[in-house]
Design a protein around this ligand. Structure first.
Ligand code: ADP
Ligand code: MG
Length: 332
């Protein structure tokens, strides 16, 4: 099973940023209100994610590290009703097979309570030992790929790995405004974001994550039809050289890259885009699974709508109308 885990790890764990994503998604699924992330050396030496979620029971700690033992999906049909981010039950098993992992947790409010379990590559220490831990969970991942040199070879410089990790953090922090976040790199605080419970606070978060310029030409939108709501910020960059990558699209709280969505967005922007400029947006499509069938692939960021036409037309018409009101302020 350890070998199977290492093979599976190839699909889930590409680099530190993918570990960060998996650990944080678990923290989100646990109902956390505050998530703290520590990275060292771009995440290759250390990735630690601490949350204040519901925690893991003593008896469930070793299970959390075993493959599929925790999968919440029983049948394929159930996939359609899935609202949690994780459902394959293999992320922790995969990560622990290629790193030194410690999982510590407490389900009670007693800060002296808590349990931990460790795994080092193929060696799993099955004994669960007591450890003081506040309510919630900490996962510490050290020395990623220490036992898989072939994979380690593909890791890039500290700077590049951190850039990937920070981008993963941006997406996650933009996906949940009600959570407070801290990201530290080599003991230095890079982002500290309080929970945002209104528009102004959300815009402060966006400015902190994407730069104040992002909102300069942006328009806030919020449109709803039966079963679908599209909200967020759309804009035009002021400079032709502005980054092409400030495009964030979330479907039901998951970041998504999808052809149907990209097409609708591109069409809507067609009349207002100047040569060499890229659209920038942070958009949220919330769909009622009872009205619009949505199926998001867990790692590929793809989404499948049974009613693709309906979604496409809603996106296009909402954005097209909204963008008619966007006027670049530099007069060009
Ligand atoms: P999945 O998220 O697909 O279920 P994972 O391997 O990511 O699989 O996690 C295994 C299980 O461990 C989860 O289903 C959950 O029960 C538990 N778990 C992991 N991380 C946390 C956390 N931060 N808080 C509470 N439970 C967690
Ligand atoms: Mg998970």
């Amino acid at each position: 099973p350890r070998l199977a885990n290492q093979i599976a790890a190839g699909e889930v764990v590409e680099r530190p940023s993918s570990v960060l994503k998996e650990l944080v998604e678990n923290a989100i699924d646990a109902g956390s209100r505050r998530i703290e992330i520590d990275l060292e050396n771009g995440g290759t030496r250390l990735i630690k994610v601490r949350d204040d979620g519901h925690g893991i029971d003593e008896a469930d700690l070793p299970l959390a590290l075993s493959r599929h033992a925790t999968s919440k999906i029983v049948s394929l049909e159930e996939l359609e009703g899935v609202t949690s981010l994780g459902f394959r039950g293999e992320a922790l098993a995969s990560i622990s097979s290629v790193s030194r992992l410690e999982l510590a947790s407490n389900t009670a409010d007693d800060p002296a309570g808590g349990w931990r379990v460790v795994a080092e590559g193929r060696q799993m220490e099955p004994r669960v030992a007591p450890v003081p831990h506040p309510r919630g969970t900490s996962v510490t991942v050290r020395d990623l790929f220490f036992n898989t040199p072939a994979r380690r070879k593909f890791l890039r410089t500290e700077k590049t790995e951190f850039a990937h990790a920070e981008e993963a953090f941006r997406r996650l922090a933009l996906s949940r405004y009600n959570i407070g976040w801290v990201l530290r790199h080599n003991q230095k605080t890079v982002h500290q974001l309080r929970p945002a419970d209104d528009n102004a606070a959300s815009e402060r978060r966006i400015a902190a994550l994407l730069g104040a310029k992002f909102l300069d030409n942006a328009l806030h939108i919020d449109l709803e039809v039966t079963g679908m709501r599209l909200w967020g910020w759309v804009g035009l960059p002021t400079h032709a050289r502005a980054q092409a990558d400030q495009q964030y699209f979330f479907v039901n709280g998951r970041v998504v890259r999808d052809r149907l969505i990209a097409h609708a967005v591109r069409q809507a922007y067609r009349d207002v885009l100047f040569h060499g400029r890229h659209p920038v947006f942070v958009l949220y499509l919330d769909v009622d699974p009872l009205v619009v069938d949505v199926n998001v692939h867990p790692t590929k960021h793809e989404v499948r709508f049974r009613d693709g036409r309906l979604v496409h037309d809603f996106l296009f018409s909402s954005l097209h109308r909204a963008l008619g009101e966007v006027r670049p302020r530099d007069g060009s």
